[in-house]
Design a protein around this ligand. Structure first.
Ligand code: GCV
Length: 664
């Protein structure tokens, strides 16, 4: 099996490799020296392949890299300028220089030979983080990687740390090339074995931290809130108990002895069976602050997840609304979290659906560091078997205006808004031991796009896709780019059109979350219902007659979503229960919309498969074969969605398709 180079094939370094490179940097030690070593390694590899050279000293021609701690450019930032003879990248720290070097790689020949005035490029947020949901032991239901669709974990292999960790270094290099600087290595559902990463298996964490450090990446651990009792033999894990606080302090100090730049803890508490402060009558601020106090002396962070809801709901209970839960739990605590706590909030109030409203909690805690959580792994978005270019969806989230005005959601979570402290942008990784890293080779673009958007949330997803295509398929026939753009831009809309309609979500097979099962979650305890009957479908979340969830939004959205007349079509069923004959803004009835989108969506998947055939012989055979195989599955699955959904709606409504297409 040949490992695919993702977006860093040797040929992506041709422009850099042909140059004479001069490096002007002081003597460094510690992590900066390691990062500088990575920079030198990249340049040496490129120049030895393409005939360029690397020397230390002042600028001549080609590329000049300057590391000047007194340049005042800010952490991780770099300045880029070019004249027809020399392109200069300067930075105040080694990470900034590394990111600047990768910017030069991204621009290729366009980085050289022209007059470009100096511009400073800095990340929007200081924490750009990936969470791995990796287990040490293969979990009987979830496997080695929970919600993983790309093989096993890069670092764990059924009970052990892998002997060969060379791939971890190549992964960290990929992350550095897109600006990711924090990495949590284990699943937020922390089972017993994994909880010992904090104590008896700490050496493994230190080993991994050593490998990713030269790429400017800091390592985090997901910890079990109950660790003091489970690992420390204390009678309690009450966060206000002095012995518990002392246990966290001592344990954390040991972590920092082993890993001086340790990033901090990620915690899923009182969520889907994980222990938390509620058991002791304490708040989530009490819980988070206990861990924060232990980390604060060392500069560590607590990422405290807001994914807290009742997962044992009685489906007969029509008053409880899972969408309300995170806001109801957390907004009363605004201002109570320590400064090194980030409250990590999923982009939607349910669970990474193809379409759901944007979480109102993200803009409701002005005195708290709130981080945005996205999911690169495609749990509900086709599981790396369907083409689904996620940056289109993330752009919508980042560019959303919580107050309807100029301030974006990205401004809030990066601390640029008047009401917002920097909380960072975090996502669940889609990477595993798969030959292509991500199962579906085109899903590499989602990882690439996540890093780019976390660095600069204002980037255009189409431009990001072009960058990714240029790097991944350097020098390819233009038809390759055309085909990929045709398949990937709009792929979210295609997937949405053949799956659950108009923001209702789920309708997937329970547990696996793949393939259609309209009523799969309807009588379950998970709080994700659609309430279809013979007359209509949808969840009434209005203040007037429903759960009142619309009241969690700022204006204008509180009223826009409340109003059936104003609610955007694509979120109609998320906010309202309506008859099948309800007329959408598009002029179609709801039922006809369901028929049309499902037939069109499945046809669009078929077109993707046909389009892909055009690049046979123009891309690597292994890539061609893997994508072809995935497209066959996508077409099969889309047809199944189409037939089950249209038939379900036909049987429930008794209203035929006005186009007379087959229903069963
Ligand atoms: C890690 C969803 C997923 C779970 C995941 C959970 C979470 O419910 O299905 O696998 O658990 O989200 O984000 O904690």
């Amino acid at each position: 099996m040949t490992e695919h180079p993702a977006w860093l094939p040797t040929a992506a370094f041709a422009a850099l490799g042909r140059r004479h490179v001069t490096l002007d940097a002081p003597d460094l030690d510690g992590t900066p020296a390691l990062v500088l070593g990575s920079i030198v390694g990249e340049i040496e590899a490129a120049t030895s392949t393409y005939g360029g050279s690397l020397t230390r000293g002042a600028a001549t021609t080609g590329l000049h890299l300057v590391l000047d701690p007194d340049a005042g450019l800010g952490a991780e930032a770099f300045m880029l300028a070019s004249t027809p003879t020399v392109t200069t990248v300067s930075a105040s720290d080694a990470s900034g220089l590394l990111y600047g070097l990768f910017e030069v790689v991204r621009r290729g020949e366009a980085a050289f030979g022209r007059d470009v005035p100096a511009s400073t490029i800095a990340p929007a947020t200081s924490v750009r983080m990936l969470d791995h949901w990796d287990n040490i032991d293969v979990h009987p239901v979830m496997g080695q990687v929970e919600r993983g669709y790309a093989g096993g974990a890069l670092w764990f292999d059924d009970g052990t740390l892998r002997d060969d960790l060379s791939r971890v270094s190549r992964y960290a290099r990929l992350l550095a090339s897109i600006g990711i600087n924090h990495l949590c290595i284990n699943n937020v559902n922390v089972h017993h074995t994994e909880s010992t990463l904090l104590t008896t298996r700490l050496e493994w964490v230190a080993t991994l931290a050593d490998i990713v450090r030269p790429w400017g990446v800091r390592t985090h651990l997901a910890v079990n809130f109950n660790a003091p009792a489970a690992l420390g033999d204390l009678p309690t894990s009450d966060p206000c108990d002095p012995a518990v606080r002392a246990w966290w302090a001592t344990t954390t100090a040991r972590v920092y002895e082993a890993i001086p730049d340790f990033g901090g803890y990620v915690v899923k508490a009182d969520s889907e069976g994980q222990p938390g402060p509620f058991a002791y009558g304490r708040t989530h601020a009490d819980g988070a602050n206990c861990l924060a106090a232990a980390l604060a002396p060392f500069g560590g962070l607590v990422h405290w997840r807001a994914f807290v809801y009742n997962h044992r709901q009685d489906w007969r209970d029509r008053r409880t609304d899972r969408a309300r839960a995170a806001y109801d739990h957390f907004t009363p605590l605004d201002g109570q979290f320590a400064d090194n706590v980030v409250v990590q909030v999923k982009f939607g109030p349910l669970d990474f659906q193809v379409r759901e409203a944007i979480s109102p909690l993200l803009s409701a805690m002005p005195h708290t560091h709130v981080g945005l959580e996205l999911q690169v792994t495609q749990e509900y978005t086709g599981q790396q078997r369907h083409v689904y270019y996620l940056p289109e969806q993330w752009h919508e989230v980042l560019d959303w205006r919580p107050w309807g005005g100029a301030v974006t959601q990205a401004d809030v979570v990066t601390g640029r808004a008047p009401d917002g402290l920097d909380g960072g942008i975090i996502a669940v990784s889609n990477v595993g031991t798969d030959q292509f890293w991500t199962g579906h080779p085109l899903a590499q673009a989602n990882l690439y796009g996540f890093g780019r958007l976390a660095w600069d949330p204002t980037l255009d997803p189409a431009a990001i896709l072009d960058e990714w295509i240029g790097l991944t398929f350097p020098g390819a026939d233009p038809l390759v780019g055309q085909t990929l753009r045709a398949m990937m831009l709009g792929s979210r809309a295609v997937y949405e059109s053949y799956t659950a309609p108009l923001g209702i979500g789920f309708m997937v097979n329970p547990g696996v979350h793949y393939g259609p099962s309209v009523d799969g979650y309807e009588y379950s305890p998970w709080g994700t219902y659609h309430f279809a009957d013979r007359d209509g479908i949808g969840v009434d979340r209005t203040r007037a007659s429903g759960s009142g969830y619309t009241g969690q939004y700022h204006q204008p959205w509180a009223d826009v979503y409340e109003s059936l007349a104003d609610c955007p079509d694509d979120l109609l069923l998320f906010f309202h229960h309506v008859p099948y004959t309800h007329v959408l803004h598009s002029g179609k009835t709801l039922i006809q919309h369901v028929y049309d989108t499902h037939f069109e969506g499945a046809a669009a998947a078929e077109r993707m498969r046909t389009d892909w055939q055009r690049v046979k012989g123009l891309v690597d055979d292994a890539v061609f074969a893997r994508v072809s195989e995935r497209l066959d599955e996508q077409v099969r699955c889309a047809d199944e969605w189409r037939d089950q959904l249209t038939t379900y709606f036909w049987r429930h409504s008794g209203i035929p398709d006005d186009q007379g297409r087959p229903l069963y």
